[in-house]
Design a protein around this ligand. Structure first.
Ligand code: GLN
Length: 493
């Protein structure tokens, strides 16, 4: 098979071809590296490409391919740059981490290595995962492969853009308030944020620890299920991680959704939602209905306050988490600082970008004596309301179907601070993080501008099986997940 044909396969299809001996692992890695060579200059999805490592690992894995068990054995992928990789720069797209190369691999990286994954390198993102457009990166913005003048979304914009542009068959991202799902939607790929606690955060550079989760972005639900099967489960090095709660996701993809109750929260389909997005997402309900699901209208009245609560809590946790970057323990240090206080001040003022500084200030404010009760505690109460609203909804349905974002990918360079620009969008994704619920986004259409539209599915805790199966059912009957951007090789089919 030629390189272009190879990059058209899903991760599972490639894995199967490798196990059958039809494709060698070095061949797959070379095809991916060719795609990186051809497209990364324009897309800027990678901060670091580890070509030599990938080729060496491919040779080694190929020698043992006869004993391969994992469906993802030998399949090239890439990793968001806030996930630690031993000896490979992990910058969080920030100047302050400079050439920081961790001494250890994240828990998820260990697991994937055990399953025979080959990493192509580290992916660009919003600095410290704070942002919605992947423009706050110290390494320059990521561009959307569907339209290079547009953002791929964020913060896992590099992860979504890499998969969309055929630079790796799947990617790891992280999602604190929507950072896997929203870029997945803008780039026409499938991505899932797992139930809080089910995937180890060991080695994930913390943004807001009570909401951060690592998850996969891939071509379709089956690829995401296969990755989640590998990375989920308890890790003693993460105190919040839970015992395996949903084993065998891939095996559970039957496409049978008979009797599944799909809830449509009418408050999420209001005025703020673009008309084309509304129609495309509602069409998902029709497809599931034609497969025997039942659609119920309900309300999950959280849109008015979820974004405010989210920003207050995320900033509070970020201001504390980012205090460790002081110029002494990790990465980059400013020069000629004049004393310890000067060293902290100069390193942090020059090392962090403006969005990160805004979050640290906002977090310090909401945690300060005069504002703690009025802002932080109030946000925590709002968080409890979000949890209750979902709980009530899940008494009436098995999964919730909603838009992932209110509109398509924005143009680059609108230059507004996150708070103003992204607020309406975060309202669609952050509720699942506030409540710790699993949620996925899958492509469900292209709008008049030829840009992808994403549909979001949300389930109760540990409901990954139901989520992925509903997405799989939709993908059996439709081909939105097979569409690829023009110029990627093949054009939009
Ligand atoms: N855009 C949101 C923020 O900036 C979400 C980011 C994320 O999920 N990491 O906080």
């Amino acid at each position: 098979m030629g390189g272009t044909e190879l990059t058209g396969l899903t991760a599972l299809e490639l894995g199967a071809a490798i196990r059958r001996g039809e494709v060698s692992i070095p061949e797959a890695v070379r095809a991916a590296l060719c795609a990186v060579e051809a497209r990364n200059g324009a897309v800027n999805a990678f901060i670091t490409v580890t070509a030599r490592r990938a080729l060496e690992r491919a040779e080694k894995l190929q020698a043992e391919a006869g004993r391969a068990r994992s469906p993802l054995y030998g399949v090239p992928m890439a990793i968001k740059d806030n996930i630690c990789t031993r000896g490979v720069k992990t910058s969080c797209a920030s100047r302050i981490l400079g050439e920081f190369a961790p001494a250890y691999d994240a828990g998820v990286v260990d697991r994937l290595a055990g399953a025979g994954a080959v990493s192509l390198g580290k992916l660009n993102m919003d600095e410290f995962a704070m942002g919605s457009t992947s423009e706050t990166s110290y390494y320059g913005p990521v561009r959307n492969p569907w339209d290079l003048a547009r953002s791929p979304g964020g913060s896992s914009g590099g992860s979504a853009a890499a998969v969309a542009a055929g630079m790796g068959w799947y990617a790891l991202g992280s999602d604190t308030g929507g950072s896997i799902r929203q870029p997945a939607a803008f780039c026409g790929v499938t991505g899932i944020k797992p139930t809080y606690g089910t995937v180890s955060r060991y080695g994930l550079v913390a943004y807001a620890s009570s909401m951060d989760q690592i998850g996969p972005l891939g071509r379709d639900a089956a690829d995401c299920a296969a990755v989640l099967d590998v990375i989920q489960g308890r890790d003693a090095r993460d105190a919040t991680s839970l015992d395996g709660r949903y084993g065998g996701l891939l095996d559970g993809l039957t496409g049978d959704v008979r009797g599944l109750k799909v809830g449509l929260p009418r408050d999420w389909y209001g005025d703020g939602l673009d008309g084309e997005a509304r129609a495309a997402v509602l069409a998902v309900a029709d497809v599931l209905k034609s497969r025997g699901a039942e659609v119920v209208e309900l309300s999950v009245p959280v849109m008015d306050y979820a974004a405010s609560a989210y920003y207050a809590i995320a900033a509070a946790e970020a201001s504390s988490n980012l205090s460790r970057f002081d110029g002494i323990r990790y990465g980059w240090r400013a020069e000629e600082c004049g004393g310890l206080d000067g060293l902290y001040a100069k390193t942090r003022s020059q090392g962090f970008g403006p969005e990160v500084k805004r979050r640290i200030l906002l977090g310090a404010l909401v945690l300060s004596a005069g504002h703690y009760e009025g802002r932080y505690q109030k946000a925590l109460r709002a968080r409890a309301l979000v949890r209750d609203a979902f709980q009530a909804a899940f008494e009436r349905c098995g999964v919730i179907l909603a838009p992932t974002a209110p509109a398509d990918a924005p143009r680059l360079g609108e230059g507004q601070p996150e708070e103003l620009q992204a607020r309406p969008g975060v309202a669609y994704t952050a509720p699942a993080n506030l409540a710790g619920l699993p949620a996925l986004s899958m492509p469900c259409g292209l709008d008049g501008k030829g840009l992808p539209i994403g549909a979001q599915l949300i389930a109760p805790r540990f409901g990954e099986g139901a989520l992925l199966n509903a997405a799989h059912a939709f993908q059996l009957d439709t081909d939105w997940h097979r569409r690829i951007p023009v110029g990627r090789g093949g054009g939009v089919k």
